[in-house]
Design a binder for this molecule. Structure first.
Ligand SMILES: [Zn+2]
Length: 549
């Protein structure tokens, strides 16, 4: 049986070895080791379960294996792990209208018009990625402006941060929105100046008023979107993600892929709220399924919104909007209630908190609850963008993981300065401070809010400069991390944050053989070179899932 399989493998020109032990030879390998240090190696042996059997250094004797693959001296790094992404959002985003590259309202309207014309069969035009800040508009766009592009069908477009949506008149009509529509709790219906007439933009909790009117994607559409998401992520060298806000429908799509043998991405899932948590997993987190490819770890919660739409909850008013402190999306009592319920079932909470008031509320709630639920809980705060310096030590004191997205810092820098003013940036995107206070980091992208490209994330984490090298020397450079810490953030630390250490995240014996072949050494490259890293091949569990050729 084995011989027959081997013959079949050898017959392939592009070999995808499986179910045989394989020597991947002649690589410039590197990984973070058991002690958190960089270890270099030249070859790997993968067993027939797709796990690493041996890691060989220069001069080590090569074992006899069924199959040998020549790495041709290329650089091998561990498969990259995105600690905060929205998997279905990436897939659906890739299949719907993307406005993230538009630089003006007019350019966006033109793109919307073209997309609608090219997709005549779609009853709704859906998309995302607009940003009135990037357009230099100085205000939200309106339904009337959107009507000028598409007036024959409903259109609904999410803002780049996912915290606001822009509808045309037919979409508002379909959702039953009128001047009598009230602001829901935790949300705001934007109005035309001096009136109650909805202007077409729905912020945070008010988005539900619109999204419930949109026909849900069918399972077959979800499967297509998921397949697309896997392709996109593997192309960037990503082999595992923490999926933030998994719905029961998302979970079913992942399970269908697992059952069909087409699941190639490792997913650490955080259910979208307690209802999805119970629907997906019942009383306890799921076991690891499909050879460590899928697990429901916990629950994703929202304490506040985002800075861009001024939905982030601040201790003091916005510097550029006096009187507005943003919105908490739950009361402190609701938060504590859900945290206790989650902890009772051993579910891991991952709580979105961006503003300093939101972070303080979450950190304090965890501090209180951690006393009744000791042990290895790995409480996660997602984003932790603006933290009062007085609250920063709480991360280290209670083993709280700060799950942060380096590229947010470079994208948000100017906006954060405008929103907060100069005297409130001390605890902004404070990666190194959190580490030095004994806290733990995990790095991700928040894709599709940002590109999932982990090499941009590694560069931002270690320089605090954007793709244009701005600002020179880095923004608040004392909070950058070193290159090894950045790599750990996108590999082993991201695995640890999802209770997956020992399963994947490092290239060590016993772990899954998830690795990437790239065209340069990410620890030695300059920041510009690092950003330009080309992923040549991506492997998951000893199988090639992406090949640039
Ligand atoms: Zn997110």
């Amino acid at each position: 049986m084995k011989r027959k399989l081997l013959a079949a493998l050898l017959a392939c020109t592009v070999a995808t070895p499986a179910l045989a032990d394989v020597l991947i030879d002649n690589v410039e390998g590197l990984t973070i080791d058991e002690n958190g240090k960089v270890k270099r190696f030249t070859a790997l042996v993968i067993d027939d379960d797709g796990k690493i059997a041996q890691v060989l250094e220069r001069g080590d004797r090569k074992p006899q294996t069924d199959f040998r693959e020549d790495g041709q001296g290329r650089v091998m790094i561990p498969g990259l792990i995105d600690a905060h992404a929205h998997v279905m959002g990436i897939g659906i985003g890739a299949l719907t209208l993307d406005l993230s590259d538009t630089n003006s309202l007019d350019e966006a309207l033109e793109k919307i018009r073209t997309f609608a014309a090219e997709n005549e069969a779609r009853p709704w035009i859906l998309g995302r990625g607009w940003n009135q800040e990037k357009w230099g508009l100085g205000r939200f766009p309106t339904a009337a402006e959107l009507d000028s592009a598409v007036s024959d069908r409903p259109v609904y477009l999410q803002r780049v941060d996912g915290h606001a949506g822009w509808a045309n008149s037919l979409a508002m009509e379909a959702a039953g929105i009128t001047a009598a529509t009230k602001n829901p709790s935790g949300g705001r219906v934007e109005r035309l100046p001096g009136s109650q007439v909805p202007s077409g933009v729905f912020v945070d909790g008010a988005e539900d008023l619109m999204t419930r009117a949109i026909p849900a994607p069918r399972p077959v559409e979800r499967d297509l979107a998921f397949a697309e998401a896997q392709r996109v992520l593997h192309r960037f060298g990503i082999t595992a993600v923490a999926d933030m806000g998994t719905t029961i429908e998302d979970w079913q799509a992942y399970r269908r892929a697992g059952d069909a043998g087409t699941l190639t991405l490792r997913i650490m899932a955080y259910a979208g709220g307690p209802e999805n948590m119970e629907l997906i997993a019942g009383a306890r987190p799921s076991p690891w399924l499909y050879e460590d490819k899928l697990r429901l770890n916990g629950v994703k919660l929202y304490m506040d919104g985002a800075l861009g739409s001024r939905g982030a909850w601040l201790k003091r008013p916005y510097a550029d909007d006096p009187g507005n402190t943003g919105l908490p999306l739950m009361t402190g009592a609701q938060l504590r209630n859900i945290l206790v319920r989650a902890a009772q079932g051993n579910f891991q909470p991952a709580i979105h908190a961006i503003g300093d008031a939101a972070d303080a509320e979450v950190l304090n709630a965890i501090t209180e609850i951690a006393e009744s639920f000791p042990g290895d809980r790995r409480w996660r705060v997602e984003h932790a963008q603006i933290v009062d310096p007085a609250d920063l030590p709480l991360f280290g004191q209670h083993g709280i993981i700060a799950s942060m997205q380096p590229v947010h810092q470079t994208s948000d820098r100017l906006m954060a300065e405008a929103r907060l003013g100069p005297d409130r940036l001390e605890g902004a995107y404070a990666w190194n401070t959190i580490l030095s206070l004994g806290g733990r980091l995990a790095f991700g992208s928040d894709a599709p809010v940002e590109s999932p490209d982990p090499f941009a994330g590694l560069a931002a984490a270690s320089t605090r400069m954007d793709a244009n090298g701005q600002p020179f020397g880095g923004w608040r450079p004392q909070d950058r991390v070193n290159r090894e810490q950045a790599l750990a953030g996108f590999t082993i630390d991201a695995a640890f944050a999802g209770f997956a250490e020992g399963r994947f995240g490092r290239l060590l014996p016993g772990e899954r053989a998830d690795f990437v072949l790239v065209d340069r050494d990410p620890l030695l490259a300059t920041p510009a070179e690092l950003r330009a890293t080309k992923v040549l091949e991506t492997w998951v569990g000893g199988r090639k899932v992406y090949d640039a050729d």
